[in-house]
Ligand binder design. Structure first.
Ligand code: GLY
Length: 576
């Protein structure tokens, strides 16, 4: 049995936690052998990512004098090589950076954009029905990628490394290769049919005869190495205006894709103000639109602040009941109001206000589930004018980075840009192909999130930084599609309400409700007694696969604690 020191000096039997989780046998084994899973403490910083090579690279950058942003950008590029199912340069995401010295938290929005030729009905058939195949598995499934511009912007604004220095480890990994972990081999095995449809994807991810790479073999990506080298030599605009842009435009032309060289040349990331809320005296910063994450994590926390969650107990029926009721109401509002604020008015102030939370809390019956079909979007105050991967990194200069980026599905659209060696996203599926029709995560979208030229599709990504008395405290976030917001919510609650150390906070079983379908989705590990009590209150409870992978960092009393999520066998938190 492995034991490790916890926050507040308590100790925990890790096996007891693991026993409650739906982990793959290989992950259990890795954890129990102490491999690749490092519940860590550091004195000077911490990097928690979904891949041990990226965590090691980030830790090395900080050990060599780089700051948390240098480490984050370097890790972001490394993940694009070591974890192509979600790490990417062909996708987009959001990065929150907290700088204690200036007391500022900023958000870099490098979400993909719809091409200029995109139109509202582009994913509908002649009968006006949404056709998911079109928004998921074609060249038109891709929004204009933002990752290269976004990571470069973070480095320019807060980093000390050059872009070439930040790209060097990724180039080395792509060129020299790395040893394939079981998760990587299994992912490519499972996605074989989808990826093999495309010549370029087959050539990158499978052997010449079409057979699979096995765990332990070396995986090299020469085309990707060449692309990264061009960006290192010529700067980020190479991706948008140089040979890489030409290769993307050619790929699109060859397959009737709408994205053009002009779309790529026009792409720019944006600095946004994160959503800010408070929870029991802590300051919570999370991603603003075009993500729904910040708005709804703050909305749910505001509702839940009115209950003595700590006293009600972790994952007790009463706690799960009020969490689910808060979640339903937030996701109903999401469907109605959220979209890209460059295009639509989002009543952000209303949604995140304490007064609106009080109103919603009053509707919650403590003994009875409210059926989702009786919940419509609420009426927040008027409009103001106006498979994903997460990593968390912090340093002892007062910088903290919370980054979530994605291709949308595992391996995105499955389409590799011929000659450039990287996968394109299928983020266009995050638009409402037809308002009212669910997307791949069962999320209903409204008019606010319809397809429009140059618009960013609504996201659930929720990179989050919690500050305590002005100091960075908890850095968290998660992949998981619609479950991202509720996963992140629970990490925050586990730390603040249930006083868990960060490793427990990310490891323990989670629940999720997204209004529709009207069910509480649970992981393994919720007791049958609790499920029975919830059902007696009128809830439908459905046990499904594990949710999210919330790589997190907690800073307390000058110590850095890492929480690597055991739901990913390659997760790793490394301190220095
Ligand atoms: N593609 C998942 C999200 O952005 O929410």
């Amino acid at each position: 049995m492995i034991r490790f020191t916890l926050r507040h000096g308590r100790r925990l039997a890790l096996c007891a936690v693991l026993a409650t989780l739906p982990l793959a046998a290989s992950a259990q084994q890795a954890i129990l052998e102490g491999e690749r899973f490092h519940p860590q403490e550091g004195q000077h910083g911490m990097a928690a990512t979904s891949h041990y090579l990226a965590s090691k690279i980030a830790r090395d950058v900080m050990q060599d004098g780089g700051n948390a942003v240098d480490a984050a950008v370097t890790a972001g590029f490394a993940l694009a090589v070591t974890q192509p199912r979600s790490g990417n340069i062909g996708g987009g995401g959001f990065m929150l950076i907290s700088d204690e010295k200036s007391d500022k938290v900023i958000a870099i929005d490098y979400r993909e954009k719809a091409p200029a030729a995109a139109y509202e009905t582009m994913f509908q058939n002649d009968q006006g029905e949404a056709v998911s195949e079109l928004s998921r598995y074609t060249h038109n499934a891709s929004g204009v990628p933002g990752t290269v511009a976004g990571l470069a912007m973070a480095l320019e604004q807060y980093g000390t490394l050059s872009l070439a220095e930040a790209l060097a480890p990724a180039i080395r990994l792509a060129e020299d290769g790395f040893e394939i972990p079981p998760r990587f081999a299994n992912g490519l095995r499972d996605a074989r049919e989808r990826l093999s449809q495309w010549d370029a994807s087959r050539a990158v991810f499978y052997k010449e005869d079409g057979s699979l790479y096995a765990a332990g073999e070396t995986f090299r990506q020469p085309d990707l190495a060449a692309t990264l080298k061009r960006i290192a030599a010529q700067g980020p605009r190479e991706f948008y205006e140089g040979k890489t842009a030409d290769l993307i435009a050619q790929e699109m032309e060859k397959h009737d894709g709408l994205m053009t060289a002009e779309d790529l040349a026009a792409y720019q990331p944006t600095i946004r103000e994160p959503v800010h809320g408070t929870y029991r005296g802590y300051d919570v910063y999370a991603m603003s639109p075009p993500s729904s994450g910040g708005a709804h994590i703050v909305q749910m926390l505001n509702i839940l602040e009115g209950y003595d969650i700590g006293g009600m107990g972790f994952n007790s029926a009463r706690t799960i009941h009020v969490m689910s009721e808060a979640m339903k109401r937030a996701y109903a509002d999401r469907a109605e109001y959220l979209g890209d604020t460059d295009f639509v008015d989002v009543p952000l102030e209303g949604i995140t206000s304490k007064a609106y939370a009080d109103e919603l809390r009053e509707q919650i019956d403590l003994g009875r589930a409210t059926p989702s079909d009786t919940i419509a979007a609420g009426d927040p105050l008027p409009y103001e004018s106006n498979e994903t991967t997460h990593f968390s990194i912090a340093d002892d200069n007062g910088l903290a980075v919370s980054n979530t980026y994605t291709l949308n599905f595992s391996y995105g659209s499955g389409i590799v840009v011929d000659g450039a060696g990287f996968l394109l996203n299928n983020e266009m599926d995050d638009f409402s192909a037809k308002p009212g029709t669910p997307n791949a995560y069962g999320l209903i979208g409204g008019e606010a999130n319809k397809v429009e030229p140059n618009k960013r599709m609504l996201s659930s990504m929720t990179p989050t930084i919690v500050k305590k008395e002005g100091k960075n405290f908890l850095i968290t976030g998660s992949p998981g599609g619609s479950r991202i917001i509720t996963t992140t919510l629970q990490v925050v609650m586990n730390v603040i309400d249930h006083d868990m150390n960060v490793q427990s906070a990310v490891s323990v079983p989670r629940i999720h409700h997204q209004w529709l379908p009207d069910e509480i989705r649970i992981e393994e590990g919720i007791s049958p007694d609790t499920i029975g009590l919830l059902e007696a209150m009128g809830h439908t409870v459905s046990q499904q696969a594990a949710m999210g992978a919330a790589q997190s960092v907690l800073i307390e009393d000058g110590h850095y604690y890492g929480g690597a999520d055991p739901r990913r066998s390659t997760s790793s938190a490394l301190g220095l």
